[in-house]
Design a protein around this ligand. Sequence first.
Ligand SMILES: [Zn+2]
Length: 127
Amino acid sequence: MAEVIDLNLRHKHQRKKLENQAKQRAAAVASALSCGLCPRRCAHCGMAIETPVIPPPEAPYPFCGPCLEEYQAFRRLENGQGEPEAYWHSPRWAEMWRYWLKHMKACDEFRSSAEFLRLMREHQEQS
Ligand SMILES: [Zn+2]
């Protein structure tokens, strides 16, 4: 009988541990994606944008000045306009921009999904 009680207790502790781990993972996902895009912070490098400027219509995210120039250089190269403007404007640099833009788009889509909205609602109820 004591063994049965001990086993039940162990299962209860194990279940509680798994629930806590799941809560921590949910909190990590919620906090990583909850703030979305801040117009006062560069979406690419994270630097604070001191003097907010209205981004040009072709810029999909708020950028600081240097990141906006890099993004525009990437777009020009992608459109076959001009030559690389800096030695680091290599195919890997262009690939980095392509994947970064895909990553940002995937984050936007996940943020607007029913699953993420449910996660945010449950996360806010707990805090
Ligand atoms: Zn930046």
